[in-house]
Design a protein around this ligand. Structure first.
Ligand code: AMP
Length: 230
């Protein structure tokens, strides 16, 4: 899938002014290549989605902006899950979601292993609409009954290839298999399309729209803080 027009500005997307304001404050002037391709699709009709893009390309905002735009803030409970391979990425994504969502009063909570359950449970109960976390700890919360999947409308897999190579495939399948069927959509992002990623995509994505940015596409990696991979 390719966009037939080039997006010059976030203003062309009919975004909620509260989200546009947050984008402006983050200093994003024009959409990056992955955003240019993904935003019109993800802001449109509900669809599953497969995006091939590496970290540093602006993929967090590529899924974060449509997620926030479409979220109904009058509903209570967790409405979206964002699955990440590491604690660092979960914190980074959660931080960016909170900045993009601050004027729409949308909050996320980061959930990862090695930290206390208490704070994470309080974060969920306080009304976070978005849970960003590592698959293992998310499964733990589901099994303890501290995270309900009933209201989940969107599941996003960030760095799916990394999650699989770090051994989270069973946890991913556990989560994807337990989200209420027919009620939700799945957006999968991965830097590479390994055969394992392909298998997960084939099993859990239904007629996904696909976009790809090549590895040489503009990278904003220099803007991010160095992260330590676990
Ligand atoms: P990501 O690929 O989502 O990890 O994003 C990498 C970095 O690019 C982050 O620091 C973002 O804040 C930044 N970024 C994302 N989109 C844009 C944009 N359209 N213009 C400038 N910087 C951006």
């Amino acid at each position: 899938y390719r966009n037939e027009y080039l997006l010059q500005s976030f203003k062309e997307l009919n975004l909620n002014p509260k989200i546009l304001q947050a984008i402006t404050e983050l200093g994003f002037e024009k959409p990056s290549p992955i955003q240019e391709q993904a935003l019109p699709i993800l802001l449109g009709d509900e669809t599953d989605f497969l995006g091939l893009a590496a970290t540093g390309t602006g993929k967090t905002a590529a899924f974060g902006i449509p997620l926030l735009q479409k979220m109904d803030t009058t509903k209570r409970g967790v409405q979206a899950l964002i699955l990440c391979p590491t604690r660092e990425l979960a914190l980074q994504v959660s931080g960016q979601i909170d900045l993009l969502g601050k004027y729409k009063d949308i909050q996320s909570v980061a959930i990862y292993g090695g930290a206390s359950y208490g704070d994470q449970i309080r974060g969920i109960r306080r009304g976070a609409q978005i849970v960003v976390g590592t698959p293992g700890r998310i499964v733990d919360h589901i099994e303890k009954g501290t995270l309900e999947l009933d209201g989940i409308e969107t599941v996003i897999l960030d760095e799916a290839d990394e999650m699989i190579s770090m051994g989270f495939k069973d946890d991913l399948e556990n989560i994807l298999g337990n989200v209420p069927a027919g009620m939700s959509k799945t957006w999968l992002f991965s830097a590479t399309m390994s055969s394992e990623v392909r298998k997960v995509a084939d099993k859990y994505l239904h007629n996904p729209k696909q976009v790809q940015v090549n590895r040489k596409a503009v990278s904003y990696t220099h803007l991010t803080l160095p992260t330590n991979r676990e």
